[in-house]
Design a protein around this ligand. Structure first.
Ligand SMILES: Cc1cc2nc3c(=O)[nH]c(=O)nc-3n(C[C@H](O)[C@H](O)[C@H](O)COP(=O)(O)O)c2cc1C
Length: 182
């Protein structure tokens, strides 16, 4: 049984759902999991954990500043701990060379800005959550989606996440502490 930290930020709740699914899989595997959603307030230290997982979503081309700042602050400690990072964005839902380059760029940018090189890193396609957005955000996102030929019916949400891939990622993370002992 290992002690695992999950730290994440979520602007409209989708990254929270992914973090929660990862936590469920880890707990089912017998691990003790601490989940922190407000890292700016709780500033959890990686010390004392057998593995650390962080997650953040992309808004306006950037991950949430609070996770970037937290990872930058704890970078040296994170680099010595078995760790993983997951990013959530909508470009990952597009199967084009340009979208793949942009998606990879988000991960590279995160590593450059934080100095943390997680053992595993991945990106999950996120969700269009029209019903969660305020009026202005709904309007802006709808215009952007229309340009990209994406759904524009703001009465419903659209979930692009491959939940099987999320569970697979969680199982990979479950093996992180064992990897450290080898
Ligand atoms: C205002 C806004 C800006 C966004 N900007 C980007 C972006 O630049 N690139 C991208 O791939 N996805 C972008 N997204 C999509 C989000 O990353 C996606 O909806 C994700 O699921 C949000 O997760 P959260 O609910 O945890 O914040 C944006 C979403 C919103 C609402």
């Amino acid at each position: 049984m290992s002690k695992i930290l999950i730290a994440y930020a979520s602007t409209h709740g989708h990254t929270a759902k992914i973090a929660s699914r990862v936590a469920d899989v880890l707990r089912a595997d017998g691990h003790v999991v601490d989940v922190h959603h407000d890292v700016a307030a709780s500033n959890p230290s990686p010390a004392g954990y057998d593995a650390v997982i962080a997650g953040a979503s992309i808004h306006g081309g950037r991950h949430q500043a609070q996770v970037v700042e937290w990872a930058r602050c704890h970078g040296p400690s994170l680099n010595m701990t078995p760790s993983a990072f997951f990013s959530v964005c909508l470009t990952a839902a597009d199967d084009t060379h340009e979208a793949r380059t942009t998606t990879r760029g988000y991960l590279d940018d995160f590593e450059e800005r934080t100095g943390w090189t997680p053992r595993h890193r991945t990106t999950f396609p996120g969700a269009l959550q029209y019903r969660e957005y305020n009026f202005a955000t709904r309007l802006i996102v709808r215009v952007l989606m229309k340009r990209g030929n994406h759904p524009t019916d703001t009465r419903r949400d659209y979930d692009y996440t491959d939940w099987g891939a999320v569970e697979e990622f969680a199982r990979t993370c479950a093996a992180l502490p064992r990897g450290a002992a080898v």
